[in-house]
Design a binder for this molecule. Structure first.
Ligand SMILES: NC(=O)c1ccc[n+]([C@@H]2O[C@H](COP(=O)([O-])OP(=O)(O)OC[C@H]3O[C@@H](n4cnc5c(N)ncnc54)[C@H](OP(=O)(O)O)[C@@H]3O)[C@@H](O)[C@H]2O)c1
Length: 233
């Protein structure tokens, strides 16, 4: 599908990568851009339609799919990282929060919008994942479990939506220059670059974007001995 004349719905579109997607969609000539955020007043970009949406609230998800019946491209971007290892006292509580936003959120949005996309000719779903879907670091290990689960979700959705002509594209990236990685020093990919690569992949009908050197290295590391995900972190 082409981004030009598409109708795009982006979760977490008030800042970071979500805002970059909104800007890129407008620049590419999208017919309409729904910019969803927990606080719609935080949407300041001109030219978009602000939507109130906390992805962990089923009623808001259903309302969004009902009210935005012209969507052709859903971008599951919203995410949280609470910075926890697996054995800390609060690890499971943190993991449940991260799963609600990073896994159940995209799942609920995809289920709600699947009939909308079918009605509008198939369209596409983009799921923002991470290089951390495939490797785990002690400081963000609970986040990694949520992104691994969502990688599987993305693969399963691709199978189940193929019949209605909906493309499902997973985006893997290492550190990006957004609030989420503000503590990280060193190289970070620009969210604008990730948005550009994502839209190119959707237009080329690709199932996956490896948006930076880290994501490419980790994926290649699957067949190394030892594999990248078993290396000492
Ligand atoms: N930054 C990185 O290094 C990096 C690397 C790989 C993948 N990612 C992924 O990229 C995506 C975008 O992250 P980012 O880097 O742009 O992070 P960010 O700057 O922290 O932005 C996160 C966005 O998600 C929204 N959000 C969080 N919980 C939400 C909820 N329950 N409902 C609706 N919106 C919610 C936030 O809204 P509020 O303003 O209301 O909090 C914000 O708009 C995430 O899926 C993240 O996991 C990030």
């Amino acid at each position: 599908m082409q981004i030009k004349d598409s109708v795009v719905f982006i979760t977490g579109a008030n800042r970071g990568l979500g805002l970059a997607y909104a800007r890129a969609a407008l620049a590419a000539g999208a017919k309409k851009v729904y910019a969803a955020a927990r606080d719609p007043k935080s949407i300041t970009l001109e030219g978009v339609h602000a939507v109130a949406l906390d992805v962990t609230r089923p009623q808001q998800v259903e309302a969004a799919a009902r009210d935005c019946g012209d969507v052709t491209l859903l971008i599951n971007n919203a995410g949280i990282s609470r910075g926890s290892g697996l054995l800390s006292p609060t690890a499971m509580e943190v993991a449940r929060d991260e799963l609600e936003t990073n896994f159940f959120g995209p799942w609920a949005l995809s289920r709600a919008f699947a009939p909308v996309l079918a009605k509008n000719g198939g369209g596409a779903i983009v799921n923002v994942l991470s290089a951390l879907s495939w490797i785990s670091l002690p400081s963000v290990a609970t986040y990694s479990t949520s992104k691994s689960a969502t990688w599987s979700l993305s693969n399963g959705l691709r199978n189940e939506l193929r019949g209605q002509g909906t493309l499902v594209t997973s985006v893997h990236v290492g550190y990006m220059d957004t609030d989420m990685a503000s503590q990280v020093t060193g190289d970070k990919t620009s969210p604008d670059d990730v948005a550009r690569q994502t839209f190119a992949a959707v237009e080329a009908e690709l199932p996956e974007v490896l948006a930076d050197a880290t994501a490419r290295m980790v994926k290649q590391g699957f067949v190394a001995d030892p594999p990248a995900y078993a290396a000492v972190a």
